[in-house]
Design a protein around this ligand. Structure first.
Ligand SMILES: *Cc1c(COP(=O)(O)O)cnc(C)c1O
Length: 225
């Protein structure tokens, strides 16, 4: 029961334009089914194999979000069904996604991951690299991908001011890109994916349109089991 309860609580806090992605990594098919039965349709996973097994076992109207760092050689396994890839951080990756999307006769929606944290370990592009990528000829040649927005993760810290500053900087950059770059068939910036269990309320106050929430819905993850 607690999954439904948590979902309803979180949803009651969300403006209508915000999408809640339920992050179900390490959680069972039964837990995902419970969330599905409570009307949840967007789920996020960070490992291709785990996501594909769950895709095969669960209802086909689920929208699967790849939120982890994606390896090039794994794209072929999710290309037929993935709804949105959040963590794209290189042109090389985008070229491979385009190739696999073409093989599957579809367009794959992607978010560029932007580096906003003050930590060394997080993946992502700098603002300059995003601009460079989106204005490159190589990007303009791609036909089976669509960049629909940006994704970012704040620093792992208790300092709410710092988290707020990081989200705010990503929102400002998102707005800047929207005004600077014309929409094309493969660039339509409408999604800003930021906010997790510990910081989604701060993210919502700073322009987030998509939050990725795991433990606040499913309970904490136990990586040892
Ligand atoms: C695990 C994960 C989340 C969700 O984390 P919670 O703290 O459980 O809400 C969100 N985004 C990414 C990229 C993740 O890997």
């Amino acid at each position: 029961m607690f999954i439904r309860h948590n979902l309803l609580n979180i949803k009651s806090e969300l403006p209508q334009y915000v999408t809640l992605v339920a992050v179900s990594k390490t959680k069972s098919v039964a837990d995902i089914q419970r969330a599905y039965d409570a009307e949840q349709r967007d789920f996020g996973e960070n490992k291709v194999q785990e996501m594909t097994q769950k895709y095969e076992a669960l209802p086909k109207d689920i929208r699967w979000h790849m939120i982890g760092h994606l390896q090039k050689n794994k794209i072929k396994y999710l290309a037929s069904y993935v709804h949105l890839i959040h963590g794209v951080d290189s042109l090389e990756l985008l070229v491979e996604i385009d190739k696999q999307a073409k093989k599957n006769h579809r367009i794959i929606n992607c978010l560029l991951q932007v580096y906003i944290a003050q930590e060394e370990t997080k993946f992502g592009l700098t603002a300059e690299e995003v601009l460079e990528l989106l204005s490159s000829d190589a990007f303009k040649k791609l036909q089976n991908i669509k960049i629909v927005g940006l994704m970012g993760m704040a620093s792992f810290t208790d300092n709410e001011i710092q988290i707020q500053n990081e989200f705010q900087s990503l929102h400002t950059f998102f707005q800047h890109l929207k005004t600077e770059l014309p929409e094309t068939i493969h660039l339509k910036l409408e999604t800003l994916s930021m906010g997790m269990s510990s910081d989604y309320l701060i993210a919502l106050q700073n322009g987030s349109t998509m939050i990725r929430v795991g433990s606040a819905i499913f309970g904490s993850r136990n990586y040892l089991v």
